[in-house]
Design a protein around this ligand. Structure first.
Ligand code: DC
Length: 219
């Protein structure tokens, strides 16, 4: 039987770090849906258009794909490795607007469901438990204090060699949360049947252990 685990929450709540770890430890496929919206945003910035059909056509001809290495997950648009390009402040500042476009959401949601149908999966994002996988076996909603979330993202950027300014990150994160949680379609929202977990002051190990315990108790 295929397992579906949905991890939602605001930017920097620890979703991708813990989801990646759990995927590795429990042999699940990991899907970073935020990276997919970042790819659409990168294409928009590069092509200078916000026209959904132009972005969708481009991404149909040059599909988004992921490659897992031992240390990390690389993201591709067609043959281009865009792992660093999708994490720039320019993409972070524009991604909420692009991810609010209904046609873009439909396109990404269909793609995410198709990937989920292939294998047991842990998917992280904003609308996984509410829209993409409403029948997921386990739904977790991670939250954390905005200052701590900004610090985590800042540290992550520095480790990846991406230029980073803490105050700017905190501002962008707060703005993005507001936009993401108040948009009309598929807003960032805890599903009624999701388990909420506040990761403020928690280590990655603690969050991973909490979720893995829940996964193990499913069977
Ligand atoms: O997880 P992230 O910070 O990389 O996500 C980038 C943006 O993509 C986020 O601000 C909102 C959007 N997003 C979304 O709308 N739905 C998802 N399932 C995942 C991300």
């Amino acid at each position: 039987m295929k397992l579906q685990i949905a991890i939602d929450g605001p930017a920097g709540s620890g979703k991708s770090t813990v989801a990646k770890r759990i995927a590795h430890e429990l042999h699940l496929t990991y899907l970073d849906t935020g990276a997919m919206y970042r790819c659409a945003t990168l294409v928009s910035l590069q092509k200078g258009t916000k026209e959904p059909s132009a972005l969708i056509n481009f991404l149909t001809e040059n599909p988004i794909s992921f490659q897992n290495t031992r240390a990390d997950q690389r993201v591709f648009i067609g043959l281009n490795d865009v792992s660093a390009a999708i994490r720039t402040p320019e993409v972070a500042a524009a991604v909420s607007e692009i991810s609010a476009l209904p046609e873009i959401r439909d396109f990404m949601t269909a793609e995410q469901r198709r990937i989920a149908a292939d294998s047991s999966i842990i998917m992280d994002g904003r609308d996984i438990g509410t829209v993409v996988l409403p029948d997921a076996d386990l739904k977790i909603f991670l939250s954390a204090d905005v200052h701590e979330r900004a610090e985590r993202r800042h540290k992550e950027n520095i480790e990846k060699g991406i230029p980073s300014a803490l105050a700017e990150i905190e501002r962008t994160i707060a703005a993005r949360d507001l936009y993401d949680s108040t948009r009309a379609i598929a807003p960032l929202k805890k599903a009624p049947d999701a388990i909420e977990y506040d990761t403020t002051g928690k280590t990655i190990d603690e969050v991973v252990a909490f979720i893995e315990e829940k996964i193990k108790s499913l069977s």
